[in-house]
Design a protein around this ligand. Sequence first.
Ligand code: NAP
Length: 227
Amino acid sequence: MKSKTEKIAVIGGTGKEGKGLAYRWARAGYEVIIGSRKLEKAKQAVEEISKMFPAEKTVVISGEENNDAAKEGDVIVITVPYKFHEEILGQLKPFVQGKYVLDVTVPLVPPKVSTVHIPKNGSAALCAQSILGEDVRVISAFQNISFELLLGNEAIDCDVLVCGKDKSARQLGVRLVDDAGLNAWDAGPLENSIVAEGLTSILIRINKKYSSKSAGIRITGVKNKST
Ligand SMILES: NC(=O)c1ccc[n+]([C@@H]2O[C@H](COP(=O)([O-])OP(=O)(O)OC[C@H]3O[C@@H](n4cnc5c(N)ncnc54)[C@H](OP(=O)(O)O)[C@@H]3O)[C@@H](O)[C@H]2O)c1
């Protein structure tokens, strides 16, 4: 796939994190489809995101019901609360075969959101891969980036760990993170995703304990990132 030719469908793109990612990718020149359970809600989110750009900037964003968004997208991004993760993946399974699915899900279990929860498959991303099957390439990323930061234009003081089913999934994930304006690291196979997912609970705890809103992570000590 060539750079910026993918259509990105953001499932649950009417929500906080989905809107933030949609904004970032539209800004970078990707065609973005906002998915929702309700078409009207999707169109309303499209209007909100479009208003974030100056009138002279051309952005391509549309709204669809989730299944239609998944049918049209080349990369399907999952941004629904963990409680509905399995259900939405089961629903989308027929429409994402042969495609890339980028899962942003953090397996938080309220009210204990600052305690790491390990799902039955080992991570939310592995659970997604197991539900969707071998013909889908799952990518995991963005778990440690809060929506407020994505919706702003300031530099974000947090790196992004990218895990994926295979090398091509990780390469695409790294590019999508870089194009969203963040610093990506290839963090290996989906088995490693639980570390990124779990870090979110630790960051929530740090934010609470130290009265902060934007605790993040940085990988240090790497001199040549291109290798
Ligand atoms: N918020 C953050 O800062 C943040 C940071 C990192 C990762 N994440 C992860 O991103 C995901 C979304 O978080 P969020 O804060 O954006 O959530 P949210 O705003 O509460 O919800 C996102 C969207 O999920 C959809 N949704 C709600 N109930 C649903 C159901 N029963 N079935 C299918 N879809 C449903 C809704 O879309 P429609 O009503 O339009 O269908 C809603 O707009 C979570 O997995 C979270 O762990 C969030």
